[in-house]
Design a binder for this molecule. Structure first.
Ligand SMILES: [Zn+2]
Ligand SMILES: [Zn+2]
Length: 346
């Protein structure tokens, strides 16, 4: 067994290196990683070397959306066998604080999340993971789909926070990976009408392909006027901001229904900007934010397995680990062309 990992050695620089196969503790399993998704956060670290206070300092392995096959099992690792296909939930928490004990473990102050410095990520052939954070995939769910359970979980968290239920009308700003995952999540929760707004036609085509009821291209049309027409000026029960731009965040309050909910998922580059709170209060709407997700993996896997979330269609490009540099370049330079990229570790 030899192991390889892709190290980020500087801004827009990646290098494949031989590394030792990790030793497992009794509670861990060794995974032969098969697929890893490139997340928006991986791209951000690659382009800027940091996200807020998290700074990439030494050579660093990115990647946290992964799935693979169990190749060895620690003596105290429960519930898994060699040969099982699993996906990994990268929320390694303390298990003892107020948040962990109450089930809001995503808020644990000591959470260690893969590919968030200094915790090394999983663009590697072999990884050791605690068995308790590995979720077995059913026969009909591939490891490529398994690698998408992490971003799908962000969508499920957004839909859950918004209280999406059967019959809900949902509007999503942004049709990048998280916007599309929010679309699948809203459908999973039973939304009847999901409209998606973006500026790239390819992304809007993808949104229609995976179940959007309407799409609005904000380059040609004013989403507020178009949505008012679509809904008879009622607005959306739930507006999910997944573009991470100031303008779209400002638009949310003009798209939400009276008494509705706005969920902020994307984070604009500016910390402070104008927002119409009078309009928000007039609409008696509420704004909520989310941080990653909690307790979503079992539901995500079942929704993929029973076909209600056709998650494989979100992937637009697949690259081998040996071509990971090209994968990142394509992702950074061809935003209008590509959507979700996954890396095949062979
Ligand atoms: Zn991610
Ligand atoms: Zn904790």
């Amino acid at each position: 067994m030899d192991n390889k990992a892709a190290f980020m050695t500087g801004i827009n620089k990646l290098e494949l290196r031989e590394v030792p196969v990790p030793e497992i503790t009794p509670e861990e399993v060794l995974i032969r990683v098969e697929y890893v998704g490139i997340c928006g956060s991986d791209m951000h670290y690659m382009e800027y070397g940091r996200i807020g206070d998290y700074v990439v300092e030494d050579d660093f392995v990115l990647g946290h959306e992964c799935a693979g096959e169990v190749v060895s099992v620690g003596a105290k690792a429960k519930g898994l066998q060699v040969g099982d296909k699993v996906c990994y939930e990268p929320n390694l928490t303390c298990g003892e604080c107020e948040y962990c004990r109450s089930g809001d473990y995503n808020l644990c102050p000591d959470v260690q999340y893969l590919s968030t410095p200094p915790v090394q990520g999983c663009f590697a052939r072999y990884m050791a993971f605690p068995a308790s954070l590995c979720f077995k995939l059913p026969e009909n769910v591939s490891t490529k789909e398994g690698a998408l359970v992490e971003p799908f979980s962000v969508g499920l968290e957004a839909a859950k926070a918004g209280g999406v239920k059967p019959g809900s009308r949902v509007l999503i700003l942004g049709a990048g990976c998280i916007g599309l995952m929010s679309l699948l999540a809203a459908k999973t929760y039973g939304a009847a009408d999901v409209t998606v707004v973006d500026i790239y036609p390819k992304r809007l085509e993808k949104a229609l392909e995976i179940g959007a009821t309407h799409v609005i291209n904000a380059t040609d049309e004013d989403p507020i006027a178009v949505y008012a027409k679509l809904t008879g000026s009622e607005g959306a029960d739930v507006v999910i901001e997944a573009a991470g731009a100031v303008e779209t965040t400002q638009q949310t309050v003009f798209l939400v229904k009276r008494g509705g909910t706005i969920i902020l998922v994307g984070m604009p580059p500016e910390d402070e900007y104008i927002f119409n709170f009078a309009k928000l209060m007039g609409q008696v709407a509420q704004i909520k934010t989310i941080f990653r997700f909690k307790n979503t993996y079992p539901m995500a896997i079942r929704a993929i397995a029973d076909g209600s979330a056709d998650i494989a269609k979100v992937v637009t490009n697949e690259f081998a680990l040996s071509d990971i540099t090209e994968a990142f370049n394509v992702n950074i330079n061809k935003k209008a062309e590509v959507g979700k990229i996954v890396i095949r570790i062979d």
